[in-house]
Design a protein around this ligand. Structure first.
Ligand SMILES: O=P(O)(O)OC[C@H]1O[C@H](OP(=O)(O)OP(=O)(O)O)[C@H](O)[C@@H]1O
Ligand SMILES: O=c1[nH]c(=O)c2nc[nH]c2[nH]1
Ligand SMILES: [Mg+2]
Length: 175
């Protein structure tokens, strides 16, 4: 409509795109596990769903941990963050394994951005170790171990959220 601002693409709204392939993600998860192996052993892995499920599976496999729990939190509608909703908490069994405070437990997520999700889970398990594959500066202080830091204006595109598509040549104006 005349006078209205043009609609922005997801990439324009979210700043610089940082696409991650399955191969790259697997390599980064393995690198994360190398670091975690120095910190453990861990009684259980807790994945922050849904994004934490994929790294948690890889990390748990590499560390030989077979007790895996989830804490289910929703906040983003694509790149817009709303109120955080805890849809499922940590199970009683796993809480007991961590002595009620999370000692010896490993929390895994794909990334920290603003840190709001991580802060909420840390409050549930203050003594747990919190690991993410990627970290943006605002959330970084909350994480104990991560692999790659990206700038705050970067949007990470994960392989489970994306698909291969045609990209126009540079000479036709592609970025
Ligand atoms: O540091 P924050 O600003 O809180 O953002 C980080 C969280 O956002 C994403 O999850 P999302 O809420 O999009 O849900 P999903 O994992 O189900 O995709 C991501 O997987 C982290 O859990
Ligand atoms: O796919 C995603 N990429 C991101 O950079 C991000 N930040 C918060 N939530 C996110 N989800
Ligand atoms: Mg998530």
């Amino acid at each position: 409509m005349a006078g209205e601002a043009p609609e922005l693409s997801a990439e324009e709204r979210a700043g610089r795109p940082f696409p991650v392939s399955w191969d790259q993600f697997h390599r980064d998860c393995r690198a994360l596990t190398w670091r975690l192996n120095e910190v453990g052993p861990f009684h259980a892995v807790i994945a922050i769903t849904r994004g934490g499920l994929v790294p948690a599976a890889i990390v748990a496999r590499e560390l030989g941990v077979r007790v895996i729990d989830t804490v289910c939190i929703a906040s983003y509608d694509h790149d817009k963050q709303g109120d955080l909703k805890v849809l499922k908490g940590i199970s009683e069994d796993v809480m007991k394994l961590g002595g009620g405070t999370g000692k010896g437990l490993l929390i895994v997520d794909d990334l920290v951005d603003t840190g709001k999700t991580g802060k909420l889970v840390r409050a549930m398990l203050p003594d747990a170790h919190f690991a993410t594959v990627y970290a943006k500066p605002k959330g970084r202080p909350l994480v104990d171990t991560f692999i790659t830091e990206v700038s705050q204006d970067t949007w990470i595109f994960f392989p489970w959220d994306t698909a291969l598509s045609y990209h126009p040549p540079l000479r036709d104006g592609a970025a």
